[in-house]
Design a protein. Structure first.
Length: 403
């Protein structure tokens, strides 16, 4: 009896141990699968709703740029709603003036397009002639004289045969079908009409235009109701969680404001300085080319080549080697000075991201949102890092993202 009881207990222990191991493996797999599924759902939502998210984040960025001006008007005893309305109106008026100036410059460039096209064609012809000359000299060095004569005679014969065949070209005769044969029927597939193509493009353009029209209203309400939304958001948390949420919001706001305002001021400084340099060297359209070059220089990694494109295109009207060299040297010097001296003081002191994380964030957000994702990748990643630094369970992730 005792032997049977010990055997039964031993059998129960052997059965229970594999069951507990399997249950533990299932719990671990579920613990790993849920975050992966959640991340996939978040990425899908960001990809599908790209227009909505880009519009909202753009409005947030503009609100951060205008917030110091609103705070200045509030200090002189102006109601926040009135201060927000005044600042938004002045910003729209300034944007309208800049748009009219850019339109006048673009109209002038449109009138000069034939001249630019001729200059580009001349440059392409010169390059083609130089390449052909290099090929001919290389051929003379590598191929013996008799073999070159044979090749030239063969080319002449081929050209003569091609000319004779063109002169004797006729329509091919229709095949004669045998009795009882069924002629071949070809199904003509209609290509999409121009109207369908235009409608598809106009539909996407209408969606973008609709979302852009919301930006002024979003900016105004973010400026006028920002403090109320901040207090209301903190009501969702209690105790220590509310303190963590407040610190996270302050960290995100400080980082985003430093990044956005710092980049805007740096881009404005580079735009003004570029316009002055281009006007000094008598480059056409300096008021348009300078701001484009200045703000394109802020694009991560590819800022320098992008900043050279507008002034080099404008320099085609002069078509002088000295002008090209002077433009490239001035843009490179301005870009390197700004990125190595001014950028770390204005922006880099608040955004602590290591280069590897910056590269991966550019790849990820660029894949999700294309060109706007490249511009918004760094502030979005830095905002995630600010949240991780203030949440106790996510601090290792914040250290991983940091420099």
């Amino acid at each position: 009896m005792l032997h049977s009881r010990q055997g039964s207990l031993r059998f129960v222990a052997l059965v229970t141990q594999p069951t507990e191991t399997a249950a533990k493996a299932v719990r671990e797999a579920r613990h790993l699968a849920l975050p992966v599924i959640g991340m996939g759902v978040v990425i899908a939502i960001l990809y599908v709703g790209r227009v909505f998210f880009i519009t909202s984040i753009t409005a947030v960025i503009i609100a951060f740029i205008l917030e110091p001006f609103v705070a200045l008007l509030v200090r002189i005893r102006l109601p926040r709603s009135v201060a927000s309305f005044v600042v938004c109106s002045i910003a729209l008026l300034l944007l309208y003036v800049i748009g009219m100036g850019a339109y006048s410059q673009l109209s002038a460039i449109y009138g000069d397009l034939p001249k630019y096209g001729q200059q580009i064609a001349d440059i392409v012809d010169d390059v083609r002639l130089q390449v052909q000359g290099i090929e001919d000299r290389t051929l003379q060095m590598l191929v013996p004289a008799r073999q070159r004569q044979e090749q030239e005679r063969l080319k002449q014969l081929q050209a003569e045969q091609a000319r004779k065949s063109r002169n004797r070209r006729q329509e091919p005769p229709q095949p004669v079908l045998p009795p009882g044969a069924i002629p071949e029927v070809r199904i003509h597939q209609e290509t999409p009409s121009v109207g369908d193509y235009i409608y598809a493009r106009l539909s996407a353009f209408y969606q973008i235009l609709l979302m852009v029209s919301f930006i002024p209203f979003l900016v105004y309400f973010m400026l006028s109701w920002g403090e109320h939304m901040n207090r209301s958001f903190l009501q969702f948390f209690h105790g220590e969680d509310r303190l963590v949420a407040a610190r996270s919001l302050q960290g995100i706001a400080a980082m985003a404001r430093a990044f956005v305002v710092g980049n805007f001021l740096l881009g404005l400084f580079m735009a003004v300085l570029s316009s002055i340099i281009f006007w000094t060297i008598h480059l056409p359209y300096p008021l348009l080319v300078g701001p484009l070059s200045g703000f394109m220089s802020l694009v991560p990694y590819v800022g320098l080549p992008l900043a050279m494109v507008p002034p080099l295109f404008s320099a085609l009207a002069i078509n002088s080697v000295s002008t090209y060299v002077l433009v490239m040297a001035s843009v490179a010097l301005l870009h390197l000075t700004a990125m190595n001296l001014l950028y770390p003081k204005l922006v880099g002191s608040r955004v602590h991201l290591n280069p590897l994380v910056v590269t991966f964030s550019l790849m990820l957000w660029g894949f999700l949102w294309d060109a706007p994702g490249l511009l918004l990748a760094i502030p979005l990643t830095a905002g995630i890092k600010a949240v991780c630094d203030n949440v106790k369970g996510l601090r290792p992730m914040g250290k991983f993202l940091g420099d």
